[in-house]
Ligand binder design. Structure first.
Ligand code: BTN
Length: 321
């Protein structure tokens, strides 16, 4: 099926004959096969008599070999899947089953993409990056404190390198452009964080997704394609992300988040802003002072500095109206 999609990804017409030859079926059987691809991947393929078949809109598929070979150079095992429930879940399953780490899994589509605070991460086929890197940590020497903020910096650098100068960070690890979310990070852990454990660094980047009736996201968002006006090469984006991730993970391993704190604050969009911190039903109003050496949020609350950390917290710009 991959070969067919590789042919169709340009969004141009391809004859039934060419597709039949690729699939090893008669021209008459091509449509049945394409219907199967439509159903399995949620794609729309148009058929026009005399011209052939084409995808409703072009795609940039991940080049598995290119990604695997760049990852090998970084010392990571990598695999690109077509469809999976969640790349984070897949990495955790494989590490639990004894797979070697670091282990990178990407997918063209997630059926059960996971976001922070129990949310769903919308993950249509071939549109965005669904990227999970699993690490096995022995003996607690590698600090998990502030790790998700460090990862945010890596994602930010790869987006800026792709031409998105205005992207910034929102504590703890959202990436925003003009108040709209372009990427997010979800760290998941299994085992004992003080001893032997596995951590999976899950990154979702909106690369080519455009608004449409099938995209139901309950917060303002945008994609690289919307910013640049053109289809973005997802493989190039995955490679850049890998490079920056390796760079920042090495820095984090050597100096912990403390070594990156100033750089992170320089990229924080809400420094000095009046915010509300939501922790379930509780709301704390304050002014953002920055982050501490472990990545906790520092707020001035009624004249007193307080620190906050934890995956269930969420920050909003204060709206007193
Ligand atoms: C957030 O809510 O901001 C975090 C989103 C993280 C989504 C990514 S996509 C790849 C990986 N697999 C998942 O199921 N989630 C993360």
């Amino acid at each position: 099926m991959r070969e067919v999609l590789q042919l169709l990804q340009d969004g141009e017409f391809h004859s039934g004959e060419a597709l039949g030859a690729l699939l090893g079926v008669s021209r008459a059987a091509v449509w049945k096969r394409l219907e199967h691809i439509e159903a399995a991947f949620g794609l729309t393929i148009h058929r026009v008599r005399g011209r052939g078949y084409r995808l409703a809109s072009p795609l940039s598929l991940l080049e598995c070999e290119v990604i695997a070979s760049a990852s090998r150079e970084a010392g990571w095992c990598a695999e690109v899947l077509e469809v999976v429930d969640s790349t984070n879940a897949e990495v955790l399953r494989r590490l639990a089953a004894g797979a070697p780490a670091p282990l990178l899994i990407l997918a063209e589509k997630q059926d059960g993409g996971r976001g922070r605070r129990g949310r769903t991460w919308i993950s249509p086929f071939g549109e965005n990056l669904y990227y999970s890197l699993g690490l096995r940590l022995e003996g607690g020497a590698f600090s998990l404190d502030g790790l998700s903020l460090t990862v945010g910096l890596a994602v930010l650098r790869s987006l800026r390198e792709a031409g998105l100068a205005e992207v910034g960070l929102k504590w703890p690890n959202d990436l925003l452009v003009a108040g709209r979310k372009i990427a997010g990070v979800l760290l998941e852990l299994s085992g004992d964080p003080a001893d032997a454990c596995q951590v999976v660094i899950g990154i979702g980047v909106n690369v080519n997704m455009l608004p449409g009736p099938n995209i139901a996201i309950d917060q303002p968002w945008l994609s690289l394609r919307e910013c640049s006006g053109q289809l973005v090469d997802r493989t190039a984006m995955a490679l850049a992300l890998g490079r920056w991730l390796k760079h920042y993970l090495d820095l984090h391993e050597r100096g912990g988040f403390a070594a990156l704190r100033e750089e992170w604050e320089a990229c924080h969009l809400w420094q000095g802003q009046e915010v509300s911190l939501l922790a379930g039903p509780q709301r704390i109003d304050g002014v953002v002072l920055g982050v501490d050496h472990l990545g906790a949020l520092r707020l001035n609350v009624a004249g007193q500095e307080r620190q906050f950390s934890g995956g269930e917290l969420s920050l909003r710009l204060r709206d007193d109206s």
